[in-house]
Design a protein around this ligand. Structure first.
Ligand code: FNR
Length: 398
């Protein structure tokens, strides 16, 4: 039985985070919650929304709000999608399917990570809404081509290529929690880190009932089968995606391609030159290069470089509906939520994800009504005041 996630126990995303922390072993919770190095970028991703001030139009009656947006030709009922979050099956049994089901029920899209524990075909079948596939080149081109082909046949509509993962970022919390030792061959080294799992019997029962340590069924190594969990860091390091890969990816995929991990106008222009239909302004939730700019701060530069030639999405730090409103006002067509729903999944599986989505939806409606704006599609810069320096391109900044 999943724990209750309704009010008054849970009124915001921070409450879901607290419940996830209570239910999950430390190593699993910190894998979700943590970031790279000193976690400066991760914290700044959230804090920066405080720098943008809302400018309401009062005495405007709005009986009904339209939260719908069109992303790559498809209408979504909400202006946020569920971001690719690897290893979700560790958070809750069949975690990727649970999250996809909740997304579909809410009328939005779920993006499945290459590094997921559920078969992509099962995830597609779980959702009644659109499903995108996020691509890493782990295992090399042959392995990636196989997954792309499977995704196409299964009915995934968009391919999201993540470009900010040349190596895995240093997540210091993972080091302290013994992630390397736990996945290593030495039983002796592992023993020291096992108690954190034993003190979470509910999670442990679900984990064991779901087959124990997951492998990666969408990364099928020829002659070997699904890639083992322990091999992921080394595999990522050997599989850096580069611009030249975009050409063969396009030949294999043929559908819309989204480039995830753009932080500068230069990379945005390059992605468009390589034929991307949309970009995600993203720093991987502060999990990769620490010290890069918060995504909301990078958004105006990217929007200006793209100049209407592609759709610009954003992720990073979204914890409230008003965060989504601010990103949309500054030019994002929609946003991706990562931890906001991952906490829900860790707290209570599908109902936890549905609760996270419900909280953000209710926030959005309330914020729009208080702003005096009837539809997210009508949000524009006139509804916010951003720091003046944000409208400067770096070359113009003093
Ligand atoms: C991620 N993210 C991610 N991105 C990606 O392209 N492929 C992946 O496999 C993963 N895995 C992953 C695991 C976990 C636990 C987290 C928290 C994030 C990054 C994700 O898609 C997104 O960019 C960030 O999560 C956005 O920031 P917020 O919403 O978490 O602040």
């Amino acid at each position: 039985m999943p724990p209750p996630v309704e009010s008054p126990r849970v009124v915001n995303i921070a409450d879901l985070r607290r419940l996830a922390e209570r239910r999950l072993p430390r190593a699993v919770f910190d894998y979700i919650d943590g970031g790279a190095d000193a976690e400066v970028t991760m914290r700044e991703n959230c804090r920066i929304y405080d720098d943008v001030i809302l400018r309401p139009r009062n005495a405007v009656a709005i009986p009904q709000c339209d939260l719908g947006v069109t992303v790559l030709g498809r209408r979504l009922e909400l202006p946020f999608l569920l971001a690719p979050v690897g290893s979700s099956r560790m958070f809750y049994p069949r975690g990727e399917e649970a999250a996809a089901r909740a997304a579909g029920a809410a009328g939005t899209a779920y993006i499945l990570s290459t590094l997921s524990g559920c078969m992509l075909e099962d995830v597609r079948a779980a959702s009644s809404g659109p499903v995108w596939y996020q691509l890493y080149l782990v295992g090399g081109r042959e392995v990636a081509s196989g997954a792309i082909e499977r995704a196409r046949l299964a009915g995934f509509s968009v391919l999201a290529v993540t470009i900010d993962t040349a190596v895995s970022g240093l997540r210091e919390r993972d080091g302290r929690n013994g992630t390397k030792e736990l996945l290593g061959p030495s039983l002796g080294a592992r023993l020291r880190f096992l108690p954190q799992f034993l003190v979470k019997p509910r999670w442990l029962a679900g984990f064991l009932g779901d087959g124990g340590l997951m492998s990666f069924p969408n990364v099928v190594i020829p002659g070997q089968g699904p890639m083992a969990y322990a091999d992921v860091a080394a595999a990522l390091e050997q599989s850096t995606v580069s611009w030249s890969d975009l050409r063969w990816i396009r030949e294999v995929w043929r559908g819309p391609i989204v480039i995830k991990g753009v932080l500068t106008g230069d990379d945005a222009r390059r992605a468009l030159d390589e034929g991307a239909e949309a970009l995600v302004v993203s720093n991987h939730g502060g999990r990769q290069l620490d010290g890069v700019s918060a995504t909301l701060r990078a958004l105006p530069e990217v929007v200006s470089a793209v100049n209407g030639r592609a759709e610009v999405l954003l992720d990073g730090g979204i914890r409230r509906g008003s965060d989504i409103v601010k990103a949309l006002c500054l030019g994002a067509r929609a946003v991706l939520c990562g931890r906001a729903y991952a906490y829900g999944l860790g707290a209570g599986g599908e109902v936890g994800v549905a609760r996270a989505i419900g909280i953000l939806r209710a926030d959005l409606i309330r914020t729009l009504k208080l702003l005096g704006c009837a539809a997210v599609a009508d949000l524009d810069p006139s509804y916010v005041e951003a720091p003046p320096a944000w409208s400067c391109r770096p070359s113009q900044a003093v």
